[in-house]
Structure formats: structure tokens, C-alpha cells
Design a protein around this ligand. Structure first.
Ligand code: ATP
Ligand code: MG
Length: 305
């Protein structure tokens, strides 16, 4: 195996499970030998944080636990809309609280994004041609504007270190067929609408969110919701009381990190190729508190454990 780097740290040893691969944030394991529950995976959420397309050299303690608990909470809210990959099988003690045992899916190679507000790559595309992923939008919108209605803005998954590429609906059709493409769009928008109503009651605007869906190999062909759902890593959550179109909106989770990285104190030049510096302890602590606060505001409860 390749040596560990800040971008690729050593995944934890989990008895009974073999490390398969790691994404930016999750370490994915398959069971050693045969598993009584059939084909499953263990998804372990690390405390790694990414900002400005870099995985930061400093982890944020408790972040993996927040993302895991929040995903579990959302999966429950969404049960009646879509099947989920959760199995409910017990999680090994070594990673309890920040891992889930899931059905191994054949993932559909499309990042299913729904947007209710214009931001990031959506704004960039809109300013170039007045549309996002082939969906025409009214004139006069700006960074942070609310869209007349939520839109499905799919993207193709990029290799590590590269940006996902926004694509139009017909590209998804070419990739996965019309029936699947339409089902992806329907489910993504249904999940977005349900979730946006929930976050709004908590004073949080759901600007956009990304879902990943797949199918159980040899199963009935139905699409199943996988990965994480509606976490600060897969979504833009904006405090409603600070919403002000025309500028970058503050975010509850990573604002402290972003502000510090772009301040003179960090000594880091975002435009350069250099990796970001380690975070000071005080920034780490405030960021960890921000993640816990997202969980508390959305679920109305403190983080379990
Ligand atoms: P992204 O930034 O797009 O989320 P990533 O590099 O952050 O990608 P992680 O979230 O760190 O990815 O790792 C999770 C990985 O596990 C992803 O590749 C995701 O597609 C995959 N995955 C999630 N759920 C399942 C599942 N039920 N079956 C198979 N693969 C899954
Ligand atoms: Mg992911």
C-alpha cells in the first residue's frame, strides 16, 4: 500500500473488516470472509475536513460522528420517499458512533444534485449562459438567489482532486438511460423538497444538496439511497437570518475554517498550489462546535453519546 499523506491517512484497523478504499472523508471496508447479512460494507466517517478543494491537514474531532448521526436521522425522515442502504447491523466497537453497515450497492455514476438557491458552480454557469445544467433560469439572479423552484442539476463524479462536472439532463440519459434518469430526478427533487421544509423550520435554508443512489446487485432494480444524506459535507446549509443574496453566504459548519484560511493569520494563498496550513486549536474547537450546532438545530437534540 502507498504511504499515508495528509490526503491519504492510515485508515483505522477494524477487526473483522478489510479496508477497501477511502474517499476524501470516508474509509470503506468489506467484511472479512463471508458475512451473515449478505453483501455489505462498513462506511466509516473520519474527522477529515475539506475546504477550498483541499483536505485540511488538521482533523476536526467529532465531525465524523456528527455526519454519521445526522445522516441516520435524515434517512429516517426520508424512509417513506426512498429505500435506503442502511442494514441496521451492529457497528464494530472500534468505530461505533461514526460508522454504518450498509448494503453494498452498484452506485449510479451520477451525482444527484438539487438546488433551491444559486451558489458556487451553479452561479458560475448561470452567469455564463443563463442556465444551470441545461435548465434555463430567469434573468437577474445572483450568488445566493432563491430559484423559482428547485432544479435537478446533476454532475459526473470526478477523480480525487478534480471538480465534479455539471452536466445536463440529456447527458444523464445518455449515461444511464431515460427511465433511470427520470427516476433519479424525481427522487432527488422529492428528497430536496422534503428536507428543505424540515431545515426551514429550524431557521436553516437548504441551498443545495447532493445524493448518491445505487441498486442492490441482483435485486429488484429499484433505486436505493446510499452514501451520506443532507450533511454539511453534501449540502449547503445557510442560517436563514443571515441570508443576503449578492454575496457568499455564511455557513454554520465551515465558516470559521474558511475565514481563518483566507485571513492574513494563516499565511496561506488560496490561489497558489500549496496545501493549506494546520489549523490553530481555537479554530478547530470552534469548527467542531459548529458541526454539533448544525446537528442540534436540525434534530432538536444533542449529539448522542
Ligand atoms: P464525494 O466528495 O463525492 O462525497 P468522497 O471522496 O468524499 O466523494 P467519501 O464520502 O469519502 O467519498 O466516501 C464514500 C464512498 O463510498 C463514495 O465513493 C461513495 O460513492 C461510496 N458509497 C456510499 N454508499 C455506498 C454503498 N451503499 N455501496 C457502495 N458504495 C457506496
Ligand atoms: Mg462522499
Amino acid at each position: 500500500t502507498a504511504p499515508a499523506t495528509p490526503d491519504r491517512p492510515v485508515p483505522p484497523v477494524v477487526p473483522g473488516w478489510t479496508h477497501r478504499f477511502s474517499g476524501k472523508v470516508r474509509d470503506v471496508y468489506a467484511p472479512e470472509g463471508t458475512h451473515p447479512d449478505g453483501d455489505v460494507l462498513l462506511l466509516v466517517a473520519s474527522d477529515r475536513v475539506s475546504a477550498y478543494d483541499h483536505v485540511l491537514p488538521t482533523p476536526v474531532p467529532g465531525k465524523g460522528a456528527v455526519l454519521t448521526a445526522l445522516s441516520l436521522w435524515w434517512f429516517e425522515q426520508l424512509q417513506d420517499l426512498v429505500d435506503t442502504h442502511l442494514t441496521g447491523a451492529p457497528v464494530p466497537a472500534e468505530v461505533r458512533g461514526r460508522a454504518v453497515v450498509v448494503r453494498a450497492l452498484d452506485m449510479v455514476p451520477v451525482e444527484c444534485v438539487a438546488r433551491g438557491y444559486l451558489s458556487g458552480s451553479g452561479t458560475a454557469e448561470y452567469l455564463q449562459g443563463g442556465s444551470v445544467c441545461g435548465v434555463p433560469l430567469p434573468p437577474g439572479l445572483t450568488e445566493g438567489s432563491r430559484l423559482p423552484e428547485p432544479v435537478f442539476t446533476p454532475a459526473t463524479k470526478a477523480a480525487v482532486g478534480e471538480h465534479d462536472e455539471n452536466v445536463d439532463f440529456e447527458r444523464v440519459v445518455a449515461e444511464v438511460g431515460r427511465e433511470t434518469a427520470e427516476e433519479l430526478r424525481r427522487l432527488t427533487l422529492a428528497v430536496y423538497r422534503r428536507a428543505a421544509a424540515v431545515t426551514e423550520r429550524a431557521g436553516i435554508l437548504l441551498a443545495d444538496t447532493k445524493l448518491e443512489l445505487g441498486r442492490v446487485p441482483g435485486g429488484d432494480g429499484r433505486l436505493v439511497l446510499g452514501d451520506e444524506v443532507l450533511t454539511p459535507d453534501s449540502s449547503r446549509f445557510w442560517p436563514a437570518d443571515a441570508w443576503q443574496p449578492g454575496r457568499t453566504q455564511p455557513s454554520l459548519d465551515k465558516q470559521v475554517v474558511r475565514d481563518w484560511l483566507t485571513s492574513p493569520a494563516s499565511g496561506w494563498d488560496r490561489a497558489s498550489d500549496s496545501p493549506p496550513p494546520p489549523l490553530p486549536a481555537e479554530v478547530v474547537e470552534r469548527t467542531a462546535a459548529g458541526y454539533r450546532e448544525v446537528y442540534r438545530r436540525l434534530t432538536g437534540a444533542d449529539l448522542p453519546g
